[in-house]
Design a binder for this molecule. Structure first.
Ligand code: IMP
Ligand code: MG
Length: 183
């Protein structure tokens, strides 16, 4: 992997404060409803855990993983790596995703889950990134909107690395950069 630089975009405190607000909105919406929150692996794992630990509406928890194959992420090339295990009939479903980029992953996943008889299906996304959007996907809850750039940290990866960072950084693709973590 070539050397990269990392420039801070969202610090830890900013993320955590925003999650307090978001969790309160979600709690209010699903109060007294049978909610299943579904984490889209791997990227949403940190957003998911920080969010669900704030919820008081006592949701059920499940996980999915999708992946694309071939040279692009067009919807016909997106498939399940791991499906969820809980039935959702008669329940409310909130899908938790790391980032909407082209929208192709959600273009695949949302109709799949919508066909399973849930009372409702909504999408919460950590980052909404519009720069490369190819299909019209609207999230119901957006933690942050970032116009462009490739970001890592807080679950998001570059070559499977950097997911563990508690803040979000833009990757500076510079052969001479030496992974400087500036803050
Ligand atoms: P999609 O293009 O909306 O289908 O997004 C596909 C996936 O690409 C996301 O779920 C992320 O895992 C990944 N992705 C898109 N943009 C970024 C980024 O800026 N950093 C890290 N991963 C990204
Ligand atoms: Mg992902």
């Amino acid at each position: 992997m070539k050397d990269i630089g990392l420039k801070i975009v969202l610090d830890e405190a900013t993320i955590q404060q925003r999650l307090d607000v978001l969790a309160a909105e979600i709690d209010a919406l699903y109060k007294d409803k049978p909610l299943v929150v579904v984490c889209v692996l791997k990227g949403a794992f940190m957003f998911f855990t920080d969010l669900v630990r704030r919820l008081t509406c006592n949701p059920m928890i499940d996980f999915v993983q999708v992946g694309s194959y071939g040279y692009d992420t067009r919807s016909q090339h997106v498939t399940f790596i791991k499906d969820m295990t809980l039935p959702v009939q008669g329940k409310d479903v909130l899908l938790i995703e790391d980032i909407i980029d082209t929208g192709r992953s959600m273009e695949f996943l949302l109709p799949q889950l919508a066909s399973r008889g849930a009372n409702s299906l909504r999408l919460a996304v950590f980052v909404d990134k519009n720069e490369r959007r190819e299909v019209n996907i609207q999230a119901d809850f957006v933690a942050f909107s970032i116009p462009k750039g490739f970001i890592v940290g807080y679950g998001l990866d570059y070559g499977q690395a950097y997911r563990n960072l508690p803040a979000v950084y833009e990757v500076l693709f510079d052969e001479k950069a030496h992974c400087a973590l500036e803050s």
